[in-house]
Design a protein. Structure first.
Lengths: 330, 330
């Protein structure tokens, strides 16, 4: 199939950029040094490519992602890097044919995990992200509580998400170190082999974590362009021009097809004016006509992918594969 | 089933508010005076409730919505209020067991519709929305072109979307009138019985259109609160508190579960700080604990619904029905 045969809006993965991104990460953080985060792509076929490069431990954000990865035979070591207290879902995770570890940050999450038959946990530590995670000085107590409940505590995790958006490299490095000091102190109290942290924007800076939870690197956000990383944007949307006026044109790719939380998308060869539900209105640099196609690059990959049923791996003009985005929902 | 049995995040429709909204619209614009827009809910079961109130003509934004509505037996009179040039999709629409009308605004869209076997069209006129639609003074020529191609031209449409966000009622009325003057002038050149326009925010002001394409009214956006309408928010998300810190709490409902293009959601009894992919971080007015549930009200309904597989109709604490959001995608 050729790219011109795809109905639009279509999610396109540049096969070469994608492969280069995966190779670059596998070279920098081989094997279990990288625990790819599947929330960034929600696609088991894509995760399989990461596994082919030697990464067999994965990070998930939702029970659905855990269940789907286990079902796809990618369950060697799955970390749910998120708090869940739903007993039915936890029980389902405990019954998976996979090694399952869940994050806990409170007595309640520990009790829920233990009651559901979960066997292994990481203590999730707040390292400054203003989200989940216990106080660093409470991590040891929680580890004791978890062990008293019969859970195996494999170590700690702490996502320094607040660092990812810091544009200055030196400041990003400094703040990463500060966050990891908190995490390592907690690790001292908790024990276990794992210190799980980090992301695409500091994968090469965070030398304290035993494993990096990088997700974005595979498809890569334009919003991370400042970070001077060895990864390049591999995801775009193919859209069709459906209406042309004297001053602007409209393509069939709106905010139901791409996420705006990091700002407007980029349209190659044009200036984007705004997006509405099913349309992007833009001023083209050169005249376009109805039926032309444009390449739309979303600012934020993760929630964009989650809006689509499938993505197409494209090499030049050829669609070499079509992957179901099979880990959507919760 | 009770609301407490639902896995979170869950899309909740308040059965009473929803029913009141539908009744209010059916009273104000009975029968074909309202052509409900299904893009707002993407749910045939919900459209069926609109049909029960007497609205049997519907507006769609995508081919998928048209096909789904026809398949659900709701195809008495379906308008695709959007430009499509994809020959396969247009052919599929032409073959539906439904009355199908599509919008055209150029020679190219007319040619595509005629070639695919589409029988009926509306000429889409730009009335100031900066999106699709021909110049008002070009509408007559396009109608002639369509008729020369063998298409039946049922009239005109023109969405005055730029008016919906105008908070001052008098200004909104004035701008609606200006937009409809353009549309009526075009209608004079085009002919046909239909003048299709309007939306929830000016459904009672736009007295020039023969039918109003209102969608939001059924579930209702908080972003339209200023407009003093006889509709109230009927849609919310039920989320679970999964982590509590000294200064904030976190619930399992992030930007993959709700749209942020109209701003942050509201959490009842709390101040929202920010959303990330799977979390909302908020400061609760009173202490909350892990496992508590919160009600999250999205600012923009349409793209929020499109992120979910189903919605639950809830009366008090009882889930009275669960509807598949079956018109997602394109």
């Amino acid at each position: 199939m050729e790219i011109q045969d795809l109905a639009t809006p279509a999610l396109i993965v540049d096969a070469v950029a994608f492969s280069d991104n995966l190779d670059a990460m596998a070279a920098a953080l081989p094997g279990s040094r990288c625990r790819p985060h599947v929330k960034a792509h929600k696609t088991t076929a894509l995760a399989r490519e990461q596994a082919k490069r030697g990464h067999h431990h994965f990070t998930c954000a939702t029970p659905r992602e855990m269940i789907g990865m286990a079902g796809a035979g990618l369950g060697d070591d799955l970390l749910l890097a998120n708090e869940v207290v739903d007993p039915d879902r936890l029980r389902r995770l405990a019954e998976l044919d996979a090694r399952v570890t869940v994050a806990v940050d409170s007595n309640e999450t520990i009790a829920a995990a233990a009651s559901a038959g979960i066997r292994e946990v990481l203590v999730d530590v707040d390292v400054g992200c203003v989200r989940c995670g216990c106080r660093p000085d409470d991590a040891g107590r929680l580890a004791d509580e978890a062990r008293a409940r019969g859970l195996e505590v494999r170590g700690v995790m702490g996502y320094e998400g607040h660092v990812m958006g810091v544009e200055d490299q030196a400041t990003r490095a400094e703040q990463t170190e500060q966050a990891m000091e908190l995490l390592l102190a907690a690790h001292g109290d908790v024990g276990g082999e794992i210190v799980s942290a980090g992301g695409t924007c500091n994968f090469d800076i965070n030398t304290w974590a035993t494993e990096i939870q990088a997700g974005t690197y595979a498809l890569m956000d334009t919003a991370y362009a400042y970070a001077d990383l060895p990864f390049r944007p591999a995801l775009s949307l193919r859209a069709t021009v459906i209406s042309v006026s004297d001053d602007w044109a409209v393509a069939d790719c709106g905010l139901k097809a791409l996420a705006l939380d990091h700002g407007n998308p980029t349209v190659e060869g044009a200036t984007v004016w705004f997006c509405s539900d099913e349309h992007v209105t833009f001023a083209p640099d050169k005249p376009v006509k109805v039926g032309d196609h444009v390449r739309v690059i979303p600012a934020h990959i993760d929630p964009t992918v989650a809006k689509h049923e499938r993505m197409h791996l494209v090499d030049g003009e050829t669609v070499v594969d079509t992957w179901e985005v099979d880990l959507r929902g919760w």
